[in-house]
Write a protein that binds this ligand. Structure first.
Ligand SMILES: Nc1ncnc2c1ncn2[C@@H]1O[C@H](COP(=O)(O)OP(=O)(O)O)[C@@H](O)[C@H]1O
Ligand SMILES: [Mg+2]
Length: 366
């Protein structure tokens, strides 16, 4: 058996841990096919918590029910790409019930116009209606997923929302599932560009429980023919804090050790895998997240790192010698960047595990 762990963004893990029941409403919607609340769902959560994996799970579920799927990321021009994919699907299905049954399509990468001109906008909507009627005849429908919605152009989002709302009003079988960083999604919903999306079922993803990770490690290593004693599975699980990206990294390195050193895992091997996982997490998730941070952003974050738990904005202001207004502006910037999150009135905390340790290390090195 090959290493089953997948420490790569969006890759399907050997087991989707701690997400039981989260797609039940969506699945129910696929049965009802039109107007069910679960057909409009938004997944939010920090980087690496498993949003893209949940979109993939929703797509798979839709396909097994015979639905067509258009999967997109909200980079500029996504609305045009979704439109093209819908037109292709409609053409493949043909004008009537004799058309071929299509179950999946990935949007084609052309049509990079940020905003569709009005004529094309109407055409988009008509194509959509044509496709959805064809799918409706087959008693299926269309699910559109849009990842990284926090980065979306507001006009494109507004257009997508208006069109989907139109399809729903016509009683057509459409589902829309989004994913994005929590604070930025809240802003998007509050800005009023797409009021209709506020009705979406919002599912905030968090770390899995350490117990669930422990059990999953036990099962997965067992299937690979390795021996991972319960207390060692526990130790490995604790090193992940239940954080999905770390679950994959620790599992991946531990599997490598089992292959290279011995099929019976030891405490030393678990600790080695955990250390390797932390280093890789630092390089991949944290440095990527920090790549757009300015010097002042870093000052703010380093001031936070002095606290063991959440920091008060008052303390941060005193440490970086900034006025409340300035602190407030940086706070918003950093929340939008997914680096920190609100933790109650006047409090913020780090949104990415290991970020504090990374900042403290960096400071000690300079
Ligand atoms: N529920 C889960 N259980 C175990 N591993 C998961 C789970 N969800 C995601 N992962 C793993 O975590 C990593 C990050 O997942 P991803 O969906 O890319 O996160 P996000 O889109 O929130 O940044 C991937 O390696 C993925 O395989
Ligand atoms: Mg993602």
């Amino acid at each position: 058996m090959n290493n089953p762990f997948r420490p790569t963004a969006g890759a399907t893990p050997p087991e989707i841990i701690g997400r039981e029941g989260l797609l039940d409403e969506f699945a129910y919607g696929l049965r009802i096919r039109s107007g069910a609340p679960g057909l409009l769902t938004i997944f939010t959560g920090a980087r690496g918590v498993g949003k893209t994996v949940m979109l993939g799970a929703a797509e798979d579920l839709a396909r097994t029910q015979g639905w067509a799927v258009v999967a997109e990321t909200a980079t500029p021009g996504f609305i045009g790409r979704i439109g093209n994919a819908m037109r292709q699907l409609a053409d493949e299905l043909g004008p009537g019930p004799g058309g071929r049954r299509v179950t999946a399509v990935t949007a084609a990468g052309f049509g990079i116009t940020t905003q569709l001109p009005p004529a094309q906008q109407l055409e988009w909507r008509e194509e959509g209606v044509r496709l959805l009627r064809l799918l409706d005849q087959q008693r299926t429908g269309l699910v559109i997923t849009v990842d990284e919605i926090h980065a979306a152009d507001r006009q494109e989002i507004a257009q997508l929302a208006a069109d989907v709302q139109h399809f729903i009003r016509e009683g057509l079988p459409i589902g829309l599932v989004f994913a994005g960083l929590p604070a930025a999604v809240s802003d998007l919903l509050n800005e009023g560009v797409a009021t209709f999306l506020r009705r979406a079922d919002r599912i905030d993803l968090h770390a899995a429980s350490v117990e669930a990770v422990q059990q999953s490690y036990r099962d997965t290593f067992d299937q690979g023919g390795f021996t991972l004693e319960p207390q060692l599975a526990r130790r490995a699980a604790e090193a992940t804090g239940g954080y999905p990206f770390l679950i994959q990294l620790v599992g991946y390195f531990l599997w490598q050790e089992a292959e290279k050193i011995s099929p019976v895992l030891t405490e030393g091997m678990v600790d080695e895998a955990a250390a390797a996982a932390r280093r890789r997490n630092g390089r991949m998730v944290i440095e990527a997240a920090l790549s757009t941070a300015s010097r002042r952003d870093l000052d703010f974050l380093e001031a936070m790192a002095e606290d063991e738990g959440p920091s008060t904005t008052g303390d941060i202001g005193a440490r970086i010698r900034a006025r409340p207004n300035t602190v407030g502006n940086y706070r918003i910037r950093l929340i939008d960047a997914g680096l920190i999150e609100p933790a109650g009135y006047g409090l913020v905390r780090f949104a990415i595990p290991g970020l504090r340790e990374h900042l403290l290390q960096g400071r000690d090195q300079t």
